[in-house]
Design a protein around this ligand. Structure first.
Ligand code: OFO
Length: 224
């Protein structure tokens, strides 16, 4: 074997060893890169599993809100409070719109919106005052829940979800304030027949206003 041939074989051997070592290093360390790839995907486009779970829970709460108000509306209707029934029926539809908005958002962000079992809502109430006291209590609970998901989205660096939830935060301020005003009026007019009659008329007017703004929102958000 001449010297040149031996030198060539040595070079081929060195190149082979070099590539074999690099390939083995990549295969050995590849699993460590996977979480990095996954994290990048979660941070930049898809919701994390934690946010997906939180939004799915909120979807259930909005659907439950819709049922609670539907049950209250039915009670109001059979107990002669036509205006209150109209307001509560309109509120039922609004809660369903809140639910739909969340479903579309979650699916658009690569999550999977899932429905779950619902609790049975209460069907009997002591008075109109009792109904609206329960509405306020429920809205306060929903506001706290929205705020919790907002805080979670910031913790998860999910600013898109935080931005999306801003709409719900503003909506909750409005919902609570409307119900507080209704409660103040019920207390002011009193729970005597004349006062309740007047209040029911007020609620019918508020329901008509709510329906008009729902129609406007449905026209603007026709794509949701
Ligand atoms: Fe969805 O705002 Fe009431 O519950």
């Amino acid at each position: 074997m001449n010297f040149h041939f031996a030198f060539l074989r040595l070079r081929v051997f060195v190149v082979k060893v070099f590539f074999t070592l690099h390939f083995s290093f990549f295969i050995f360390h590849f699993p460590k890169f996977l979480p990095t790839f996954a994290n990048n995907i979660n941070t930049h486009s898809m919701v994390t599993k934690i946010i997906e779970k939180a939004i799915n829970e909120q979807i259930l709460k909005e659907e439950h809100s819709s049922r609670i108000y539907l049950s209250m509306a039915s009670w109001a209707q059979v107990n002669g409070f036509q205006g209150a029934a109209e307001w509560l029926y309109a509120q039922t539809d609004e809660e369903r719109m809140h639910e739909l908005k969340l479903i579309h958002y979650l699916n658009d962000r690569g999550g999977n919106a899932l429905l779950d079992d619902l609790e049975k809502p209460a069907g009997k109430f002591k008075s109109l005052l009792d109904v609206f006291q329960q509405v306020l209590k429920h809205e306060e609970y929903i506001s706290a829940s929205i705020n919790e998901i907002y805080a979670l989205s910031i913790k998860q660096n999910d600013y898109s979800t935080g931005n999306f939830l801003q709409w719900y935060i503003t909506e909750q301020i409005e919902e609570e304030s409307t119900v507080r005003a209704i409660l103040d009026q019920i207390r002011l007019t009193g729970e005597e027949k004349g006062g309740l009659f007047h209040m029911d008329k007020e609620l019918a007017a508020l329901a008509a206003k709510k329906r008009t703004s729902q129609l406007a929102a449905a026209t603007t958000n026709a794509g949701i």
